[in-house]
Ligand binder design. Structure first.
Ligand SMILES: Nc1ncnc2c1ncn2[C@@H]1O[C@H](COP(=O)(O)OP(=O)(O)OP(=O)(O)O)[C@@H](O)[C@H]1O
Ligand SMILES: [Mg+2]
Length: 326
């Protein structure tokens, strides 16, 4: 009945975020862009991050890629023993070259360098031997279909071609993960589709995982797993392969004021639609679901504010409207 096989669960994640919070503070305002996000990405996985504008997608991608410091929480990259948020920026830059390639909506290419030089640049900085660099560049040029244009400068290329250069450049150090933010947003649908084909091909050939933030159904439908984020919290994980362990860590279940526990369909499906389970509410803290298969899930208790409907955690006072929930 279980959706996830043991072997898959045993795989070690290449990226792991643990209870990540990001609060942007200015003199007058405080924005909680991420509120306790935990997630793992596994080798070769294709993951999309979806959610409305302002949900926290860009913040999450930037924190996962070590471009932005979290306010609290831990970030682990495969190949790096420590939580990367504890490293200096020089250490992060060095570690990132081997760990992840980054692609943005419009990745900045160096205007006076041609395609080949732009692709190779990161490899030179990482000190990759010339011979290996040549070989990789040729292969990547072929994969992104730009062999014919390798001497062109960025200004002589179309938007889609420039994005393909950005993909090849992101892959030059042979990373385990591609982190992308709206990588097709500035392209027309057909060009976007070609870029996604390139990414799929790279995923298949090189087993590079990707995590891409997107508004586009076109992008999301290519992913094996779709992480939905709302107001800085992971609301749901959709996909062909749902990882139960992760759902347990991130899924919020709400107990209403009549002590009713509503369990969303998607969560039930992920649990294998058990006909029965036991739910124990430890005083004010955690709900433990005990399934017939003897799998245990711990879910933090969340109350729903009866006035504004916001979810209230670890407290009886609604942070949004100040109501005391009795
Ligand atoms: N540098 C910043 N300073 C202050 N607040 C910020 C900053 N960057 C983002 N925010 C706020 O944090 C929240 C999350 O922003 P983020 O850019 O991560 O959202 P997003 O999901 O990527 O949105 P979009 O789909 O519009 O790109 C928003 O409320 C945003 O206004
Ligand atoms: Mg964004």
């Amino acid at each position: 009945m279980m959706v996830v096989q043991k072997t898959e669960q045993a795989l070690k994640p290449i990226l792991h975020l643990e209870e990540v919070y990001k609060i942007y503070r200015s003199e007058k305002t405080e924005t909680a862009a991420l509120r306790g996000v935990s997630l793992s990405i596994y080798p070769g996985e294709k993951v999309a991050l979806i959610g409305q504008s302002g949900a926290g997608k860009t913040t999450l991608v930037n924190i996962a890629g070590g471009l932005l410091q979290p306010t609290s929480g831990k970030i682990f990259w495969s190949g790096v023993a420590r939580d990367i948020s504890r490293l200096s920026s020089e250490q992060i830059i060095r570690a990132r070259r081997e760990f992840a390639g980054l692609i943005f909506q419009e990745t900045k290419l160096i205007p006076h360098l041609n395609v080949v030089q732009n692709i190779k640049l990161g490899g030179h900085l990482a000190g990759i031997e010339n011979e290996i660099l040549e070989e990789r560049t040729e292969k990547l040029l072929e994969l992104v279909g730009l062999t014919e244009r390798k001497k062109h400068r960025p200004s002589m290329l179309s938007g889609g071609e420039r994005q393909r250069v950005a993909i090849a450049a992101a892959l030059i150090c042979d990373p385990k993960l591609v982190l992308a933010d709206e990588l097709t947003a500035s392209l027309d649908p057909l060009t976007g589709e070609k870029i996604l084909d390139v990414l799929d091909e790279i995923n298949e050939e090189l087993n590079v995982a990707y995590l891409t933030a997107t508004h586009s159904q076109q992008v999301a439908s290519r992913a094996e797993r779709i992480i939905e984020i709302k107001d800085g919290v992971i609301m749901a994980i959709h996909g062909k392969r749902v990882r139960l362990r992760e759902l347990g860590a991130t899924r919020r279940l709400a107990v209403d004021n009549q002590n009713r526990l509503s369990i969303p369909d998607q969560f039930m499906r992920a649990l294998g639609n058990p006909r029965s389970f036991k739910a124990t509410l430890e005083k004010g803290k955690k709900i433990t679901l005990s399934l017939p298969e003897e799998e245990l899930y711990e879910v933090s208790e969340v109350l729903t504010c009866p006035v504004c409907g916001a979810l209230v955690e670890n407290s009886r006072v609604c942070k949004k409207c100040g109501t005391v929930i009795t």
